[in-house]
Design a protein around this ligand. Structure first.
Ligand code: HEM
Length: 383
């Protein structure tokens, strides 16, 4: 263990937490990746008094993602999502139960049923954008985010909400800073510190419109009744029809984390993809040609099956997610000793997987690893 090199600029037990003091949210990721050395396959540091290991190769990622001892998420960090019982942050039996019931809301059949909603929301988005283009500068992320949030609210929660300029979307956007601050300042993971902090007060204020919205979603859908044999439905019906399985807090936490995890990820990916298209005119032209050569027309009524007919657009999306992964770091915690790169990693160690670095590693992707080049995904070996 002691042979594993330390990441640079860290202090014992606190790791690199000191580097985030008085830093803006937009600089967090830059700071994190400055301390990792891309050329070292495995490094160590500390987080909230716990040992943390940073594996930096796809082989180690594979070992971790397939190990039964690396399933848990480190609660000291995932508590920062303010969703104790949500599927993304919870562990053990609660997570197993939630996965079993809730994965039924994402089956291909359910997603196909949601297509008319996606199409309707995209038409509305195009209408809103058309009123803006070629007039003055505007931030397209706000429009994409409103579109993905509306689609999610209507699709998985049967809830109509105009998200363009709504205080709910503003609250979700502000909550990102609160979440990140709680995560990168490990002392905030100790409840007594957090509870008396300014961050806790800010969190209460920021999350208020979201909690109100979650209550409204539950109240509006209270009457849901599923047929006895019907084991699948959109998320809200799964949550409310299997009410005996979930506590009230579990239901609230799930609604919160699915909305957040569902709209923000897609909005960031899609708006970054639009930015890449604007910056790479040749790629943009190929995308336009693929659309023009397909049967898809301006009605925007596309089925799940038809989405398979756009291989180039698929490569463009993959390349966007390679260079700009919405989860640039993923974390796990060991529940037994494991072996990585010939080192024995003890139980209760935090594993910090730097997805962003591996997806830009020149040894894996070639010398043009930093370039936006969707064509690389046309090569079978990269698919
Ligand atoms: C571009 C879009 C998306 C990206 C890049 C993305 C990325 C991810 C990543 C990296 C994780 C693993 C997080 C971790 O283990 O720490 C994850 C988990 C999850 N995501 Fe997404 N996501 C996207 C869209 C969505 C959408 C639209 C939904 C729901 C409507 C969703 C729901 C979930 C759920 C429920 C989990 C937890 C799964 C489990 O642990 O069983 N995601 N996502």
């Amino acid at each position: 263990m002691c042979k594993i090199p330390d990441i640079k600029d860290q202090i014992p037990l606190l790791g690199i937490a000191h580097k985030f003091l008085n830093v803006e949210l937009k600089d967090y990721i830059k700071i994190m990746f400055e301390v990792f050395d891309v050329n070292i396959p495995i490094q160590k540091t500390w987080f909230a008094l716990k040992l943390a290991i940073v594996p930096n190769t796809p082989e180690q990622f594979k070992t971790i993602f397939t190990s039964p001892y690396c399933i848990n998420k480190p609660t000291v960090i995932y508590d920062g999502f303010f969703s104790k019982y949500g599927i993304i942050s919870t562990n053990g039996e609660v997570q197993d139960k939630h996965r079993k019931i809730l994965s039924n809301s994402m089956t291909p059949t359910i997603l196909n049923q949601l297509n008319p909603i996606f199409n309707e929301k995209i038409k509305n988005f195009v209408k809103k954008i058309s009123e803006k283009v070629e007039k003055s500068e505007f931030n397209i992320y706000n429009y994409v985010a409103a579109c993905t949030l509306e689609a999610l609210m209507k699709g998985q929660f049967q809830h109509d909400h105009d998200c363009y300029g709504s205080e709910v979307i503003e609250a979700f956007e502000n909550s990102k800073e609160i979440m990140m601050r709680r995560i990168v300042q490990p002392w905030m993971s100790f409840k007594p510190f957090f509870n008396i902090s300014k961050l806790a007060k800010d969190a209460k204020k920021v999350f208020n419109p979201i909690h109100k919205k979650v209550n409204e979603i539950i109240n509006v859908n209270q009457h849901l009744k599923i047929h006895k044999d019907q084991k699948v439905g959109v998320l809200i019906s799964q949550l409310l029809n299997f009410k005996n399985e979930f506590s009230e807090e579990e239901i609230r936490d799930e609604i919160f984390i699915w909305i957040f995890g569902g709209y923000e990820t897609t909005a960031l990916t899609l708006s970054t993809c639009l930015l890449m298209l604007a910056m790479h005119k040749k790629v943009q032209q190929k995308v336009i040609e693929e659309i023009e050569n397909s049967k898809f027309d301006e009605r925007f009524d596309i089925t799940n099956e038809e989405t398979q007919n756009f291989p180039y657009i698929e490569s463009v999306l993959k390349e966007t997610m390679r260079l700009f992964p919405v989860a640039p770091i993923i974390l796990r915690e060991t529940t037994a000793e494991i072996e990585l790169e010939g080192h024995k990693i003890p139980k209760d160690t935090i594993l910090v997987l730097p997805i962003y670095l591996v997806q830009r590693n020149k040894d894996i992707w070639g010398d043009d690893a930093e370039n936006f080049n969707p064509e690389r995904f046309e090569d079978k070996k990269n698919q």
